[in-house]
Design a protein around this ligand. Structure first.
Ligand code: BGC
Length: 755
């Protein structure tokens, strides 16, 4: 029952009130700014989203149009937030024509800022973790869960969909992205956003583009040639868009080749609108708008979170003729057509209590596919057998929880962090960054899975006590972590000195030492030869420990493979040291709680540029290490299982698009899922790195079972971008197609010649 279908108003009002008192959570509430659906001419779903948008535009005044083109302040308590749903921002609706407000929440690995409003949302494994599944269906399920919970919490738009490539893996937001290969990252993010939008919630892709470090992010000017951009970072966005039909793109803070991304005609118009045929809207990252006419002409449709440029200033620009009515209509059209195309108009958001148990199931399944087994000497794992009497977990707060990634993506755990946050350091963004531990206890989960062994915990604070505990146990598991967050970059991929020392000490005390890592970026491992096992658990989410315990004890067989290379040391990175901005390009933010308007004004004005040169060009991730012949710690695509696989019988067939077929056999004693990877080299004349990923398959196999696998390879996976003709070309010549279980273990090869 809703107010709109109730005939006897007095009776209905009473019933509604009584119902609300007895079953408050069962009533669908339309969030502020939302209306129950009414019939308008543009309610006709047989019309195209474009036609429906144009019908609405004809009804709107200039003021109404402009009201759609900007945000209304930080909604979490800063300014003008009366209609906010409590998320990162919103744009108003126009109730008289049934257009809903767009209520936005950050939602990279779950819906954020739940705690402030007493809401629960599921913390999934972080994005780079989930990318290790190489599983588009899991990515879809991940997005669909987020879409559902957004809707249930009264939001209509997700701010997630991060797909920047890790040109700088020390970037504090590497955990929010999907790794280093454009095909893998684009495919997974595309499916993630498709999942979000399957719930009629607007999805976005961000941060467009080349926003690859946090240090000086509002000032940095990324210098990069067009071919490199198109084939790497922008390629990931292009693939993601094609799969998802994302309703929005968020342009990033940084400059690219001189212009800020949010007023960059090349990025927003030449590439996004003309080449990618993107029909949706571009919104600026928070404070990423720097001009009115320039940004509008370049293709920015909506300023967020405020209206310094796209409010009164935009109206003035229209009045003076600097920005045309047609241009305004185009911006408005893009927003409205997205509201229709995603189904948001026809399926208004209605609040509900989320299905917490359902969320746990999805989170645990994805965590199980995300965790990567990196080393397993003498099959130390899985932990099983009669001689296993005792296991000690050391360090990393493994008694109570698992780590999560911070910043705007931070999902609030129910009950708050299970580890009190460390004292805020000198970084004024400390409160926003909030080191947070999820209540998912490895100690509790492993104890439950190993009923006949003693499972204990030692904090690792005292090296002698840790070594003693390790000596007394059959197996020692050190939990090591590297926390990262928006608002910072890692100084190095090395763990802290104390953690490296702890691992060395424990390994010296007990050769049966396993290291479990919780990190958002690769870590270096100076102790790798001294430990028997290494498991990368990433930030595994609200059911992370449960998934980890199943994998460590063999109740589940690891399948995850790295979506990012683990180098041996920082010195092997394309940029051995992090590029740091001068103080003028990175002013301090005001202290938590203080007024941030003058800081935002300073950012808006445009901080002096500092330059980074992405002169590794096409050589991102494994392409760099391959080309430079640098040995790595663990290559892209690597991950062990408790069984083994053999590959045979490669054939490559087809015309323009190819089909790569081969057989995978499970040669071990356990059922498992192998991620079989297909790469190719290109002819020398192409001037490409030694190889690129062109496809993969997840192959489920019982012990001893063989399966023939066919991986379709679209023509565009083989092409290169030609700057002079602004087109993609196939370079004639010899291609070496390679198949196997990691980017460095490719037993099958076949040479093909393409005309
Ligand atoms: C981040 C975005 C985020 C926005 C809103 C910015 O600081 O870069 O990713 O969506 O804030 O919270």
């Amino acid at each position: 029952m809703t107010q709109s279908n109730c005939r006897n108003r007095a009776v209905c009002a009473f019933l509604l009130a009584a119902f609300a008192l007895t079953a408050p959570f069962a009533v669908a509430q339309f969030p502020r700014g939302q209306q129950p659906p009414k019939h308008y001419a543009w309610s006709d779903t047989s019309l195209s989203p474009d036609a429906r948008a144009d019908m609405v535009i004809k009804e709107l005044t200039l003021d109404e149009k402009i009201s759609l083109l900007h945000g209304n302040g930080f909604s979490f308590g800063q300014t003008g937030a009366s209609e906010s749903n409590g998320g990162a921002g919103y744009s108003v609706g126009i109730p008289r024509v049934g257009i809903p407000a767009i209520q936005m929440a950050d939602s990279a690995y779950g819906v954020t800022r739940g705690a402030a409003s007493g809401r629960y949302s599921t913390a999934l494994p972080n994005n780079l973790a989930a990318a290790s599944s190489w599983d588009p269906q899991a990515a879809f399920d991940y997005g669909a869960l987020i879409g559902r919970e957004l809707r249930e919490e009264g939001y209509s738009m997700s701010l997630g969909g991060g797909v920047n490539l890790p040109r700088e893996p020390r970037n504090g937001r590497t955990f929010e992205y999907q790794g280093e290969d454009p095909l893998l990252a684009g495919t997974l993010v595309g499916n993630f956003v498709k999942g979000v939008q399957s719930e009629h919630i607007i999805g976005d892709l961000k941060h467009y583009a080349i926003n690859d470090q946090e240090s000086g992010r509002n000032a940095v000017n990324a210098n990069i040639d067009k071919r490199s951009m198109r084939e790497t970072d922008l390629r990931a966005f292009e693939i993601a868009l094609k799969i998802s039909d994302a309703g929005a793109f968020m342009c990033s803070y940084n400059r690219v080749n001189g212009d800020f991304a949010c007023e960059n005609t090349y990025l927003l118009t030449d590439v996004l609108r003309k080449d990618f045929h993107f029909p949706g809207f571009v919104l600026s990252d928070w404070g990423g708008t720097h001009s009115t006419a320039k940004a509008s002409h370049a293709g920015l449709d909506q300023e967020q979170p405020g209206k310094g440029f796209f409010g009164d200033e935009l109206k003035k620009a229209v009045d003076s003729g600097e920005v045309s009515q047609d241009e305004i209509n185009e911006h408005v059209h893009r927003i409205l057509r997205t509201i229709f195309a995603t189904g948001l108009f026809d399926n208004p958001v209605a609040k509900k209590v989320p299905d917490v148990e359902g969320g746990y199931v999805v989170a645990q399944k994805i965590a199980e596919k995300s965790i990567v087994l990196l080393k397993n000497e003498h099959n130390i794992l899985p932990l099983e057998g009669e001689r296993l009497h005792s296991v000690v977990l050391i360090g990393g707060h493994a008694d109570v929880g698992v780590l999560s990634g911070g910043g705007s993506a931070q999902v609030d755990p129910p009950g708050g962090s299970v580890v009190p946050p460390p004292p805020p350091g000198p970084n004024p963004m400390a409160a926003f960054m909030r080191q947070t531990w999820m209540p998912s206890s490895p100690l509790r989960s492993l104890t439950a899975k190993l009923p006949s062994a003693t499972v204990s915990y030692n904090s690792g604070d005292d090296l002698t006590a840790a070594a003693d505990a390790a000596k007394k146990a059959n197996i020692a598991i050190v939990f090591a972590y590297q926390w990262e967050s928006e608002g910072m970059d890692l100084k190095t991929l090395e763990l802290s000195d104390e953690q490296n020392k702890l691992i060395e000490t424990v390994a010296a005390a007990n050769p049966k030492t396993i290291v479990v890592l919780e990190s958002g970026s690769p870590v270096t491992m100076p102790w790798i030869d001294k430990v028997a096992g290494v498991v990368e658990a990433w930030y595994p989410g609200i059911r992370g420990a449960e998934a980890l315990a199943d994998l460590l004890t063999g109740n589940a067989n690891p399948t995850g493979k790295l979506a990012i290379t683990f180098p041996k040391s920082d010195a092997d990175l394309p940029h051995p040291t992090l590029e740091l901005p001068p103080p003028t390009s990175q002013p301090s933010r005001p202290a938590p709680g203080a007024d941030i308007s003058s800081f935002m004004a300073m950012i808006a004005k445009g901080l002096p540029a500092f330059e980074t040169y992405y002169d590794e060009k096409l050589k991102v991730g494994y392409k760099w290490y391959d080309a430079e012949k640098k040995p790595v710690l663990f290559p892209f695509g690597f991950g062990l299982s408790y069984t083994t696989y053999a590959y045979s019988g490669l054939t490559v067939r087809g015309g323009e698009s190819k089909e790569v077929s081969f057989t995978v056999r499970n040669t071990g004693k356990r059922a498992g899922t192998e991620i079989a990877e297909v790469y190719t080299s290109l002819p020398d004349a192409a001037g490409e790195p030694p190889k690129r990923l062109i496809g993969w398959a997840r192959v489920e196999l019982a012990p001893g079972e063989s399966k023939k696998v066919s991986v379709p390879v679209d023509h565009d996976r083989l092409t290169i971008y030609d700057e002079s003709s602004n087109s993609w070309k196939l370079v004639p010549g010899s291609y070496n197609v390679m198949v196997g279980g990691s980017s460095q273990e490719l037993p099958l090869h076949q040479q093909i010649t393409l005309p």
